[in-house]
Ligand binder design. Structure first.
Ligand code: SF4
Length: 159
């Protein structure tokens, strides 16, 4: 089956990060045809501004946030959980409408991170877990990898 991708918007060069910057990975753009993927920033689609204060999941993972058992707080203490959840469902709708099979999501983000996320202390420490959007995608059978895994797979293919 041909793969169809969802890609974090910041990885495609869109300046949607909390700090108003992007995280362009040019190899993704070079490897995939435009008709093979859809893209969106869950946090912006959840209603958050660019730029915005950084936010991290507190005492839990994205799955816990989806189950209302953990919160996402920004560094100023504002609870932005609902924006993160709304953004995740907006991303899922776009992905399902496009029949996405795979997602390349930005590592470590409280929305897009998979396997590892920041621990809520705003110190750069990481813990095991998925961001809110990554957790929702996995729940719905979409295979999620980080941009780091994408690049590692690419170099193993080319070696
Ligand atoms: Fe990138 Fe995802 Fe953060 Fe948006 S929510 S800036 S797409 S990592």
């Amino acid at each position: 089956m041909t793969k169809r991708y969802f890609i974090s918007a910041c990885l495609l060069g869109q300046k949607v990060r909390y700090d108003g910057q992007d995280c362009l990975i040019k190899e993704i753009v070079e490897q995939l045809l435009a008709q093979q993927y859809v893209s969106l920033c869950p946090e912006v689609h959840g209603g958050l501004a660019i730029p915005r204060p950084p936010a991290e999941i507190q005492q839990g993972s994205g799955l816990d946030v989806l189950h209302q058992q953990a919160s996402v707080l920004d560094i100023e203490g504002e609870d932005v959980s609902q924006a993160f959840i709304q953004g995740a469902y907006a991303a899922l709708k776009v992905a399902q409408d496009f029949q996405v099979t795979d997602a390349i999501l930005k590592a470590n983000s409280p929305s897009c991170g998979s396997h590892l996320i920041y621990d809520g202390s705003f110190t750069g420490n990481k813990i095991q877990g998925d961001g809110v959007t990554a957790a929702l995608f996995k729940q719905h059978g979409i295979k999620v990898i980080t941009e780091e895994e994408f690049l590692a797979n690419l170099s193993s293919l080319n070696s």
